[in-house]
Every structure is written in C-alpha cells, then in structure tokens.
Design a protein around this ligand. Structure first.
Ligand code: KG4
Ligand code: ZN
Length: 347
C-alpha cells in the first residue's frame, strides 16, 4: 500500500511517499527555519504563510522524485493536529482537495502518533511489544506505552515546557541562535557536565509527568550569579550548557526506564526532535544495554524532527487496524482540524 503523507503542523512543510508503512520512497521537507532565525523563534503567521507558499511544490516534488502518478497512490494521510492552527489548515485543505480530486481515502493522523511510528520507518519488522516510547520535541514531551495491535496509551506528559523548548530557551539565555537544541548541544560538547548541579525536576515524583520550566529558571540564576552572560568565558558557557543538557537528558531517561520497568517493556524507543541529541542517546543506549532491553531511535535524523514519512507510517497502521466500515470514514468529508493534545489513534 502506497501512502502520500502530508505534515504541516509547525514550521515544516513536508510530503513523503511510503510503501507498506515502512519503505520510504521519498521524504521531502521544506523548513521555514531561516525565517524563524530572524525572529528568534516561530511566528505562527509566518510559518503558515510559508507553508501555503510551499505545500503544492513539496507534494509535486515528492511525486516526481518517487516517479509516482496519482493512480499509483492508495491513500493520503495528513496531520490534523495538534499544532499551529494556520499551518495545520494549509496541509489539511491541500489534502482534502487532492483526496476529492483523485478519489483517495484520507486518513487523519495525530501528530505525536506520527513520531511514535517514526521508529518503524526503514525497519524490516515491527518492534517487540510492549514498547515504552518517549516522544520528545519542542512542542510536545510525552511517554507512551505501545502494545500489540497498536494499542497506545499515554503514560505521562510535561506539565509546563517540553524538553525541546527547554533546550531552545536555555540556548537563548546562553546567547545561542534558534533552534537552540543543536546549538546548545554543540556548545556543550566542550563543557564539563559536572561543573554545575542543576535540578532534575520531578525525577522522583510518583507519576510519568515532566517539568522543565524550573530548570530554565535555574540556568537563568546561574548566569546571573556569575555576573551575566557577557562576563562568562567561552569555557564557562560550555560548562553551563553541558550541565544543563545533562540535567534534561538525565530526567528524561530516568522516567523512561521507570516506565519500562513498571510495564515490563521489551523495547524502549526515543522519537521527536530531541531524540537527535547525542547526550540523550548515549544515556538511553547505555541504560538499555545494562537492562538487556532492545532499543530504537529513528533510522535517520530527518525522521526525528517533523516529517511526513512518519505521518504516512502512522496512517498505514491506522488503515491496517480499521474495519471495512471504519475505512469508509477515511474521507475528505470527515477531516477537521483538532487542536486537542488528547492522544488519538483511532479509525
Ligand atoms: O520534532 P520537532 O521537529 O518539532 C516539534 O514537534 O516540536 O522538534 C524540534 C525540537 C526543537 O526544540 C529543537 O531545539 C530540538 O527539537 N532539537 C534538539 C536537537 N535537534 C533538534 N534538541 C537537542 N539536541 C539536538 N541535537
Ligand atoms: Zn513533532
């Protein structure tokens, strides 16, 4: 089954063609990153306008690169939330028009389900269930239990900032440019993670929720105490970055493995933009090896950050799960924007 995936929930405008939920024929991503670098962050109207300009070009490029005609496609899968309203509407309206015109089923995909399914892309087999999956990015930060038959349940979430947001805000305090995650990780590479003792927020709380806003405040005060950013040497800035990154990664990994233990996971996964972070990956892989757990991290960096291949993969799983009657509901007539963060993975 060949699915065209469309993703426009935030600052990327993306289209991909994926066969049988795993084989990525093409994965086209146009980012409005350069525009957001100028403003130091994402401005929703700018992101939406940029997607409106690019959406048709990106879809056209995907079809051309995959040497694919509309008659060769079996369905379209589109992110219908959560995300930025204007950006989501661009992708949804494009998908609806194409589904109507070419008479294709249209599958609405919850953005974070896409991130969970980024770990089936380019893999010969499904994971060994149950899986505990940490999907961690700029706009979302959740822990999921993923069981046989694609039964997925959210175990916890951030109660304030997401880890990617903590990276971005921390980077800004350290005088780095947007997006902060990769910039902060680069600076941290030459720093000492033990130089500062940042808190590990909610690490021993009795649930699977996260909180990162206090950590950002702790970084702010550490910089203030040292006399302000301008007074800090390059080495001192690198030390702060390394210790801050360490605190984020430690917190994420601790909760992930507590959940893995409680739910007797056989596999643990990382997904989302922050799963590109090397410090997090190292801690995650080391701990999993110690516990004898299988691991997955998206096969390519471009599957960590927002992309449409993961949306096509999740769309395929939804199609597989659906009954004949449910499949009939996958239509341009039934698609609406849904901004709720409540997890959805139904037909
Ligand atoms: O998944 P994504 O593209 O967008 C959302 O759905 O939010 O993730 C973007 C986030 C940004 O906050 C960015 O700073 C972070 O992922 N990120 C990283 C790294 N690469 C991207 N954070 C830490 N280290 C990285 N190497
Ligand atoms: Zn995302």
């Amino acid at each position: 089954m060949r699915i065209l995936g469309i993703e426009t929930s935030c600052d990327e405008t993306a289209a991909a063609i994926v066969s049988d939920g795993t084989i990525v024929e093409v994965n086209v991503i146009a980012s409005s990153l350069l525009l957001h670098q100028k403003t130091g962050g994402i401005v929703p109207e700018i992101a939406a306008r940029d997607s409106a300009e690019k959406i048709v070009l990106v879809i056209e490029e995907a079809l051309e690169k995959a040497n694919c005609d509309w008659k060769d496609l079996d369905a379209i899968a589109v992110t219908n939330g959560p995300g930025l309203l204007g950006s989501l509407m661009v992708g949804i309206e494009a998908a609806k028009t194409l589904a109507l015109l070419y008479e294709k089923p249209l599958i609405p995909v919850f953005h974070i389900a896409g991130h969970i399914f980024s770990n089936v892309l380019e893999r010969a087999e499904l994971p060994t269930f149950p899986v505990v999956s940490l999907t961690v990015a700029g706009g979302h930060n959740d822990l999921y239990l993923w069981k046989e038959g694609h039964e997925i349940q959210r175990l916890g979430s951030t109660i304030d900032d997401a880890a990617g947001e903590a990276f971005d805000k921390g980077a800004r305090l350290l005088g780095l440019s947007y997006p902060g995650g990769p910039a902060l990780a680069k600076l941290a590479a030459s720093g000492d993670p033990k130089s500062y003792d940042f808190p590990r927020p909610m690490r021993s709380s009795d649930d699977y929720n996260f909180s990162f806003s206090g950590l950002k405040t702790a970084l702010f005060y550490a910089i203030e105490k040292a006399g302000g950013r301008e007074k800090l040497s390059e080495k001192a800035l690198a030390d702060l970055a390394a210790a801050y990154q360490e605190a984020i990664a430690d917190t994420l990994v601790t909760k992930l493995f507590l959940a893995a233990e409680e739910f007797e996971a056989r596999e643990v996964h990382l997904a989302g933009g922050v799963s590109a972070n090397l410090c997090l990956r190292e801690k995650f892989l080391r701990k999993a090896e110690k516990l004898g757990l299988k691991t997955r991290i998206p096969a390519k960096i471009e599957y960590c950050t927002d992309n449409a291949a993961m949306i096509a993969a999740a769309g395929f799983a939804m199609w597989q799960k659906a009954s004949v009657e449910q499949r009939e509901k996958f239509s341009f007539k039934n698609i609406v924007v849904n901004l709720s963060h409540e997890f959805r993975f139904n037909s």
